[in-house]
Design a protein around this ligand. Structure first.
Ligand SMILES: NC(=O)c1ccc[n+]([C@@H]2O[C@H](COP(=O)([O-])OP(=O)(O)OC[C@H]3O[C@@H](n4cnc5c(N)ncnc54)[C@H](O)[C@@H]3O)[C@@H](O)[C@H]2O)c1
Length: 276
């Protein structure tokens, strides 16, 4: 399928933990399309994950960076430019973590210390990445920075907890930084709002299996897979989207514009008649 859409382009991919990660698939897709990349993740994820396997397949170097550390991100920008021999054309921000979700602390009983960590890791980190790139003048004109979001930013999915607020902030940062980076350097900043996807972060959300199947039944095209998402990221990195910025782009098989599907209605009717 590769068409060398990213031939000659260089980029940084955050967040490839294991082969299920959306970032993992995006790294493979970007390289198949001709890009040269640097892979990065938090130091603990580098120790526990499988990133070196991916690095071999992508012929890429790995640089550790905690996305909540400005010093780590400054170092990442400099080292990436040295390793790749120039500025970047794209960055994938594929980062999410909520200590409240991990510890099963409900939204109404939140620990504010955890809540602040959720926002720092899952949302402010996009601001930090953009700021570090801008400060280091690490992006070429018409470059593309893309974050990954979820529709809980617009509508309530109770199990998604404080990640919903983090995603709303993430999308807002993409708009705000996109404005400034666009005028300053013609750099684009967008988020992709992806279907539920079976990954470490996704499966950690309470009731994930149920809303994965619910979304599958609601969406006219079904859920978008991690591979589909990777291809959409590649398109956003490419020159075919050079005028797209400050957007939250739904990549969800039509879920976001569907009120209810006949499949869901039939399921509820069946459950009702089974009870009688
Ligand atoms: N899986 C889904 O259902 C789904 C749906 C919509 C959006 N998303 C979003 O997609 C993105 C990628 O998640 P995924 O589903 O591939 O899961 P994943 O668990 O494979 O990836 C999450 C990544 O975030 C990294 N991370 C956590 N804390 C970090 C830190 N401090 N610094 C740097 N990296 C850190 C992890 O190491 C991991 O690699 C996330 O933003 C997630 O919210 C996922």
């Amino acid at each position: 399928m590769a068409n060398q859409l990213l031939k000659g382009k260089k980029g940084i991919i955050f967040g490839a933990l294991d082969e299920r990660s959306i970032a993992w698939k995006t790294a493979l897709a970007a390289v198949a399309e001709g890009a040269e990349i640097v892979l990065t993740n938090a130091p603990i994820a580098l120790r526990m994950g499988k990133i070196n396997e991916l690095a071999k397949q992508c012929n890429a170097q790995v640089i550790a960076a905690d996305a909540t550390s400005t010093a780590d991100l400054d170092n990442l920008m400099q080292k990436s430019m040295e390793l790749l021999g120039g500025k970047m054309d794209f960055i994938l921000h594929s980062i999410g973590m909520s200590p409240n979700v991990r510890k099963n602390i409900s939204y109404t009983e939140t620990s504010y210390e955890n809540f602040l960590k959720t926002l720092d890791i899952s949302a402010l980190s996009l601001h930090r990445v953009c700021q570090a790139a801008m400060k280091a003048d690490a992006m070429n004109e018409w470059g593309s920075i893309t974050g990954l979001s979820y529709i809980a930013a617009q509508r309530t999915f109770p199990g998604y907890n404080d990640m919903a607020d983090a995603k709303a902030l993430l999308e807002s940062i993409a708009r705000s930084f996109g404005y400034h980076y666009g005028f300053a350097k013609k750099v684009r900043v967008n988020t992709i709002s992806q279907s539920p996807t079976v990954t470490t972060a996704g499966s950690g959300v309470a009731g994930f299996d149920v809303f994965f199947h619910y979304a599958e039944k609601m969406s006219p095209l079904g859920n978008a897979s991690a591979e589909d998402c990777a291809n959409y990221c590649v398109m956003l990195f490419s020159d075919y989207c050079r005028m797209v910025t400050m957007q939250n782009l739904f990549h969800d098989g039509g879920f976001s514009n569907t009120g209810v599907s006949t499949g869901i209605v039939e399921q509820i009717q069946k459950a009702g008649s089974d009870q009688q």
